[in-house]
Design a protein around this ligand. Structure first.
Ligand code: 13P
Length: 255
């Protein structure tokens, strides 16, 4: 049985003050939600403060990015040790916005995964096709490329806690969600790739989140699908009410 994991990717929203306020609001509402994993991913400079708010609860904190070097003259970058020291357990790697605006590739994603694993952080690795790729029937090819490129060279023991997030780029921030059927089809495919790369036991244990316009109204249908194990939520994670509703709805689903 895979446990649901719902993560809020706050992207470049919320000042430190606003992040503390949001985290406090979520803490009040989510104290008793212990049957699933909840992760908040604020910007770098709010990580420690948000961690302080949720400390002692089952809510965890994650960063939205990381650099792959231990330390050095890399102006503007942040290492896994720094993220860990701020109290994080998770790191989002290879989000499509980073691939699109900051030239991330499968190779940099692979290096970042190696680096965070060395520091005991759990990578949430994002994969997914853009609209042009979907319309030209390249979805499976792109997703396979992302998954294989990201996981190249690791053993299944190293990746035992890995989270994959399938985020079709055309569904991010557009209000256009993949249908539960479309999402399930790709999630199943990702699991099959992992079976081929490792084995069935491994792929059966790995959690695959869906991301892209997840809202209180569509979360139940999506999370009810066999291979969808959680959500990576953008816009709807920025408000207490909508994020809480997404989590409470998911809590009520049994598969
Ligand atoms: P939205 O939920 O705003 O579409 O964003 C999804 C996302 O990119 C999460 O990482």
């Amino acid at each position: 049985m895979r446990r649901f994991i719902i993560a809020g990717n706050w992207k470049m929203y919320k000042t430190i003050t606003e992040a503390i306020e949001l985290a406090n609001g979520l803490k009040r509402e989510l104290m008793d939600c212990t049957s699933l994993d909840i992760v908040l991913c604020p910007n770098y400079i709010a990580l420690e403060e948000v961690q302080e708010v949720v400390y002692g609860t089952s809510i965890k904190v994650g960063a939205q990015n990381v650099f792959w070097q231990k330390e050095g003259a890399f102006t503007g970058e942040v290492s896994a040790a720094m993220i860990k020291d701020a109290g994080c357990d998770y790191v989002i790697i290879g989000h499509s916005e980073r691939r699109q605006y900051f030239a991330e590739t499968n190779e940099t994603v692979n290096k970042k995964i190696a680096h965070v694993l060395e520091h005991g952080l759990i990578p949430i690795v994002c994969v997914g096709e853009n609209l042009k790729e979907r319309e030209s029937d390249k979805t499976f090819q792109v997703v396979e490329d992302h998954v294989k490129g990201a996981l190249k060279g690791f053993t299944k023991e190293q990746l035992k806690d890995l989270i994959i997030a399938y985020e079709p780029v055309w569904a991010i921030g557009t209000g256009k969600t993949a249908t539960p059927e479309q999402a399930q089809e790709v999630h199943k495919f990702i699991r099959e790739i992992m079976t081929k790369l490792f084995d069935e036991e491994f792929s059966g244990n790995i959690r695959i989140q869906y991301g892209g316009s997840v809202k209180p109204e569509n979360v139940k249908d999506l999370m009810s699908r066999a291979d969808i194990d959680g959500a990576l939520v953008g816009g709807a994670s920025l408000k207490v009410d909508s994020f809480v509703e997404i989590i409470k709805t998911t809590e009520g689903i049994t598969k």
